[in-house]
Ligand binder design. Structure first.
Ligand SMILES: Nc1ncnc2c1ncn2[C@@H]1O[C@H](COP(=O)(O)OP(=O)(O)OP(=O)(O)O)[C@@H](O)[C@H]1O
Length: 744
């Protein structure tokens, strides 16, 4: 290293040292803050509340400072006006009175030229520097000259400008996705920072960085709209738990913890949907006609007595006859409210009780001499109360218009599916108590919850009664604390004071309520009707029309980022066309952007994989691979001993550092895994282990250094394309049966 270079490196090291001194100081302050806030503060409710808020704020800051510690600062921009800014994962300020920025958050507008400036459009930059650190030591610098008139040289100039990107792409994988904040490309940056309103669809082939972009966009939005999104939270939906685990470290590494990561199966609070459907059953359950079928099935539960066979309801004052006509009128009145089933139920009950009361009144109050009814309004009101209180009357109402829970209703529906063609009904039929809830049941449960509504009037009445009690109590406390002073006024002023007291008492009563200190993401996870501030959907091509209905309910403002690749669709229920998915909700009012560069898969592998899609769609254009490795993918005929051939290939392909995935049809897993030591497999495999065995669907969205595909004839075209595009370095294929034509 030349003197000039070591001086430059030294200068940068001094900056980084100073930066970490400041971070350590901030961390100390935050840690002491948490400690102080945790010391007892007396028993007052207000004091405890303030303490909890302080603890949450300070531990949030502490967690963010701890999480971003690795490569906190990764860049510097030198402007033509002589100023320079260091860019990092979060913003840090000096400890001076002006709070001078020391490190600029990558999401701040000042940092933007770091990602966008080119020699052609330098955006006021003279030089862009990538700083690589190991722990707190600066190990490498890469400079790009953006102002060609600039003659100053540091010795670290990188003429190609992509050394840092290529190093990131070639580095060994760890089994957890990393962030790309150091090397976000211009086309990606534009998507990450796109305005937050409305629906943005990001489409791109495998490895184009859709997932990375979606997560960095979530981090950007959490920064840009901090207040709104801290209150309403961001939901990130991914295809399976292994995938969510794979991406789970990205947002914390960017200093953000305010997002809820969930699969479709987790979106109905209280239901653990770990059952499995056949592909056909999942497709039927996901189909849009299910919405109509469930709506009709709910109406079916609003019954009438058969004509000529009225219900006879015993009552202390004689039998009541609930015939079809009475029930029909009551049902019509209840349906006319257009309320969900459970909320319309009180209207139905009211009409029935009213009709039965009249019936009783006519009978009891009949004048034997033919005059008008002898009962007065008070008598009739009394009769009404007795009818309303009769258990038998309630049983009759329950039989005709039962109160339903989503779970109870759907269990009944699946036992005897109606309003769908017979063959669909057969595909989804499930006896009560047989099998667990499945991911495809979740949107149906949500649909049912919408159709049924929650009759929480009793809970609300109880809550109001409790509130009144608290106010009365607080009022008493206030009066006591003011002594008898209030009672001495016998004029208007005392009334004014009394009203004032009540306002105070209400506030005081509110303070007695248990405060909810959970984060917005935690509260959202427990609340079916939560409206998220923004929703990101990854592998969006897989979601069924019914799942879209659920997600759209969670996003009344339609603020969403949807990323996907129709060519990678594997679920039968998947919709495959953005227009078709979105038309019912926003018509054509959505942005559609495309990513066209593949950062993962080398050109040699991509060419082979593209053939699979081209076999079905000759006009198919794969994304352009950013690099080639010279490693041509190989295929190997296994003969009879498939497991032996796989074991040998695994031995050859297991990297010294990095990860190998064996992707094989589920039915072969047991056979393949038998001779292999230390392979991880199952529903939630540990992706950080050196070798992992996956089914085709499990591989979705993941990435490994090397991949071994086994028996590709057993894959659907979408799944095969996914499996072939998971490797960053090498791909091998072992088969016993004949290869699909595209791979021959
Ligand atoms: N700008 C970038 N800098 C460094 N690495 C990048 C960049 N963009 C993408 N990558 C890397 O490329 C790989 C693929 O990215 P990602 O998983 O987001 O792609 P994807 O489009 O979601 O792929 P798929 O559709 O196959 O799941 C990841 O390792 C990611 O870190």
């Amino acid at each position: 290293m030349s003197n000039r270079e070591s001086a430059e490196l030294q200068k940068e090291q001094e900056f980084i040292d100073g930066l970490y001194d400041r971070v350590d100081a901030l961390r100390g302050v935050a840690a002491r803050g948490v400690e102080d806030a945790l010391t007892p503060v007396g028993t007052g409710l207000q004091a405890r509340l303030e303490r909890d808020v302080l603890v949450a704020e300070r531990s949030g800051l502490l967690a963010a400072l701890n999480a971003v510690d690795g490569s906190l600062c990764f860049g510097r921009i030198d402007l033509s006006d002589g100023t320079a800014h260091h860019i990092g994962r979060i913003g840090i300020r000096e400890d001076d009175t002006a709070h001078t920025p020391l490190l600029i958050d990558w999401r701040a507008p000042v940092a933007r030229p770091f990602y966008l400036a080119t020699g052609h459009t330098p955006m006021g930059l003279r030089r862009r520097r990538h700083i690589t650190t190991e722990g707190r030591a600066v190990t490498e610098l890469h400079d790009e000259i953006l102002d060609l008139r600039d003659r100053e040289r540091t010795g670290f100039e990188d003429p190609s400008g992509d050394a840092v990107l290529l190093a990131a792409l070639n580095s060994a994988r760890t089994g957890r996705m990393g962030d790309i904040v150091r090397t976000v490309q211009a086309e990606q940056d534009r998507i990450i920072r796109a305005p937050h309103r409305g629906i943005l669809v990001v489409e791109g082939g495998p490895g184009t960085g859709k997932t990375a972009v979606a997560l960095h966009r979530a981090a950007f939005l959490l920064y840009e709209h901090r207040e709104l999104l801290a209150r309403r939270a961001v939901l990130i939906v991914g295809p399976n738990p292994a995938f969510l685990h794979y991406i789970g470290e990205v947002l914390p590494a960017l200093g953000e913890t305010g997002a809820l990561l969930a699969t479709q199966a987790e979106l109905f609070p209280g239901v653990h949907a770990d059952g499995a459907d056949t592909p056909r059953a999942a497709a039927v359950k996901g189909g849009e006609r299910m919405a109509e079928a469930l709506a009709l099935a709910v109406r079916d539960r609003q019954r009438l007595p058969e004509s000529g066979a009225p219900m006879v309801v015993p009552h202390d004052d004689g039998e009541l006859v609930l015939d079809r006509e009475i029930a029909h009128e009551a049902r019509q009145a209840a349906r006319d409210t257009r309320l969900p089933h459970n909320l319309a139920r009180p209207y139905f009950a009211f009409r029935i009780i009213d009709a039965l009361t009249s019936q009783l009144a006519v009978r009891i109050g009949a004048d034997p001499y033919g005059g008008p009814n002898l009962l007065g309004p008070d008598d009739i009101a009394q009769l009404g109360k007795s009818v309303a209180a009769a258990e038998e009357v309630h049983s009759a109402i329950e039989e005709l218009w039962p109160a339903l829970t989503p779970e109870g209703f759907l269990t009944g529906y699946l036992a005897d599916p109606v309003h769908v063609p017979d063959e669909d009904a057969e595909a989804i039929r499930r006896a009560p108590g047989e099998g667990a809830w499945t991911p495809a049941d979740v949107p149906l449960l949500d649909e049912a919850a919408e159709l049924l509504g929650v009759d929480d009037s009793a809970e609300r009445a109880a809550a109001e009664a409790e509130r009144q009690e608290r106010i009365a109590y607080a009022q008493g406390v206030l009066e006591l604390s003011r002594g008898s002073e209030t009672y001495e006024f016998e004029d208007e002023e005392s009334e004014v004071l009394a009203a004032h007291d009540i306002v105070d008492a209400e506030r005081m009563a509110e303070r007695q309520e248990e405060a909810d200190h959970r984060t917005a993401a935690e509260r959202a996870a427990a609340d079916r009707s939560w409206a998220f501030g923004h929703i990101v959907v990854d592998e969006a091509q897989e979601l069924s029309p019914m799942a879209w209905r659920l997600l759209m309910r969670r996003s009344p403002t339609r603020s969403m980022t949807l990323v996907g690749d129709p060519a990678q669709t594997s679920e039968e229920a998947g919709v495959g066309s953005w227009e078709k998915i979105l038309q019912p909700y926003v018509d054509d009012r959505f942005e559609h952007v495309q990513l066209k560069v593949n950062y993962r898969t080398p050109a040699e592998i991509m060419e082979l994989a593209a053939g699979v899609v081209r076999a079905e769609d000759p006009s198919f254009e794969p994304p352009r691979s950013v690099r080639s490795t010279g490693e041509v993918p190989w295929t190997r005929q296994a003969g009879k001993d498939l497991a032996g051939a796989v074991a040998q290939a695994v031995a050859e392909l297991t990297p010294e550092e990095g990860r190998l995935a064996v992707i094989a049809p589920q039915a072969l897993h047991e056979e393949i895994a038998a001779p292999l030591d230390g392979i991880t497999a199952g529903a939630e495999p540990d992706l950080t282990r050196p070798v992992v065995l996956l089914g085709p669907r499990q591989a979705k969205g993941l990435e490994f250094d090397h991949v071994l595909v086994v028996e590709p004839a057993g894959f659907g075209a979408g799944d095969l394309y996914v499996a072939l595009t998971r490797a960053t370095q090498r791909l091998g294929i072992v088969h016993r049966e004949e290869l699909p034509e595209a791979l021959r």
